[in-house]
Design a protein around this ligand. Structure first.
Ligand SMILES: Cc1cc2nc3c(=O)[nH]c(=O)nc-3n(C[C@H](O)[C@H](O)[C@H](O)COP(=O)(O)O)c2cc1C
Length: 469
């Protein structure tokens, strides 16, 4: 890469799509007659094959390690109630040929040697299509699910994650194909120790592609140092451009090239042949996403009490929340908010705008910035601006219906984008790295060991130094 291209970000002018198959959320319609299931393989197979027909780069699964609770009962469709991501992706590898397979996996509760082995397995089984979305879950209710208990402070989560990822990379890099040998990998640090001689050969794409999702400054720096792709929360054009600038700066500061980290924000598409039809479809989609039961259940998360006696088409409950200080142990709805204050604010807002419970919840949960609504041509034109300005490298799309929610996008939006020259007309290669346009990882040497020593305490003297990678 030239000095110039390292220092200045250059838009590729192209977009890629990924599909984000969700679990608990207010974005997927799980209760309609045509809804699939989050446990039956058929739903996964059908939508993954549709995405592949549309030349999607990646099929993406989130992860939860403990069922979230709602009023003491498990959330019906929690992602933790879905088959394990890597098992599901291995099954999908057998019925697809080109699409990348992204497993979200947590650095706080996994162990690096074990996870590196499982991800290598998926990468080998899929012919070089695996990716790891690195997350660093920080909540106590997940921590309570593990023998060691507890969880890490925010700052510690990323130093831990860094040592974890560096160790995984050393494990993947330890195979010397010419010599047909593996080097032993030793790490003896603050958070864990590893002494392993890996046993899987490199995949067709060398090692799994690394995604990252986490938006704090520490999370962004971590991505700038380690990730190939960021699954971002910044889909709106001006916000996406700011995010790109921020990530390019951090990536350059980390000593990498300006184009080295791809960005794919979370998004939703509601499309039709004409703008009017798309508007009507959006109203229909929203009414199904937030039905009467979902609207009440959503408020119950914040009130901490049963609200089943309230009319979903009436005003917000006048009764106060049961909980005072909201707690992270109950699930994401509770992160950090003060329930009573929030309830007062929401009642005032709903009254001022004349919104019923259902209308209010629908407005609160619809991801306005992340939703692209319009005719195929209109939306294709909007997306051209993203490609031209280089705001993003593509979109990670959450279908509002599983398994048929991508059909119209693949049948109509993809050809419209191809006509405009911003979407691939074939897969660039057989590996995810090739299809995302990522360079092969540089072969690290002894500096990798030095990097581990930088992020964790120095390796112990008793470790056999001659065998360190
Ligand atoms: C778009 C996006 C998707 C995420 N998906 C998951 C997930 O599937 N599982 C998970 O445990 N955490 C997920 N996270 C949480 C992050 O890993 C991280 O724990 C959280 O954002 C807090 O880190 P931060 O302070 O750096 O943002 C996601 C975050 C973002 C922004």
């Amino acid at each position: 890469m030239t000095q110039h291209s390292r220092a200045k970000y250059q838009p590729s002018g192209k977009l890629q799509f990924g599909i984000f198959f969700q679990g608990v959320n207010s974005g997927t319609i799980w209760k309609a007659a045509e809804s699939g299931s989050q446990t039956d393989f058929e739903s996964f197979r059908r939508i993954a094959q549709t995405a592949e027909r549309g030349l999607f780069a990646a099929f993406f699964l989130g992860e939860g390690l403990r069922l979230r609770e709602h009023l003491g009962r498990p959330h019906e469709l929690d992602v933790a109630g879905r088959p394990d991501a890597q098992a599901m992706l291995a099954a999908l590898a057998a019925v697809t040929s080109n699409i990348g397979l992204v497993a979200t996996q947590n650095t706080t509760y996994n162990d690096p040697a074990d996870l590196a082995h499982r991800l290598s397995s998926l990468d080998l089984l899929s012919g070089g299509r695996a990716a790891w979305n690195i997350v660093t879950t920080d909540n106590a209710w997940t921590g309570a699910n593990f023998r060691r208990g507890g969880y890490l402070d925010h700052a510690d989560r990323y130093t831990h994650a860094e040592a974890f990822v560096e160790t995984a990379k050393r494990i993947w890099d330890s195979h010397d194909p010419e010599a047909g040998q593996w080097r032993r990998v030793v790490h003896n640090g603050k958070h864990y120790t590893v002494d392993v001689t890996p046993r899987l050969r490199r995949s067709a794409q060398y090692r799994p592609v690394l995604f990252q999702a986490g938006d704090s400054p520490e999370g962004r720096n971590f991505a700038a140092r380690q990730a190939d792709v960021i699954f971002s929360a910044h889909p709106k054009l001006d916000d996406a451009l700011d995010f790109r600038r921020d990530i390019v700066e951090r990536t350059l500061n980390a000593g990498r090239g300006a184009n080295d980290v791809k960005i794919m924000p979370a998004s939703e598409f509601i499309l039709a042949a004409t703008p009017e039809e798309a508007r009507d479809k959006k109203a229909w989609v929203r009414s199904l996403q937030i039905g009467p039961q979902q609207a009440i259940a959503y408020l119950e998360q914040f009130w901490g009490r049963e609200l089943g006696s309230y009319d979903p088409d009436g005003p917000l409950p006048e009764i106060d929340p049961m909980v005072e200080e909201t707690s992270e142990t109950r699930g994401s709805g509770f992160h950090g908010a003060k329930a009573r204050q929030l309830a007062d604010q929401w009642r005032a807002e709903a009254q001022e705008k004349g919104l019923s419970i259902r209308q209010f919840v629908s407005a609160k949960t619809s991801r306005v910035d992340a939703t692209f609504t319009g005719s195929y041509a209109e939306v294709a034109d909007r997306l051209v601006d993203y490609a031209r300005t280089g705001a993003v490298d593509g979109f990670n799309i959450s279908p509002w219906l599983i398994p048929t929610g991508l059909d119209d996008l693949v049948n109509h939006l993809v050809p419209a984008l191809q006509e405009r020259g911003v979407y691939p007309t074939e897969y660039a290669g057989s590996t995810l790295r090739e299809n995302l346009g990522l360079a092969a990882p540089e072969r690290p040497g002894a500096d990798v060991a030095a990097e581990s020593a930088r992020t964790e305490s120095a390796p112990s003297k008793s470790a056999p130094s001659g065998s360190r990678v």
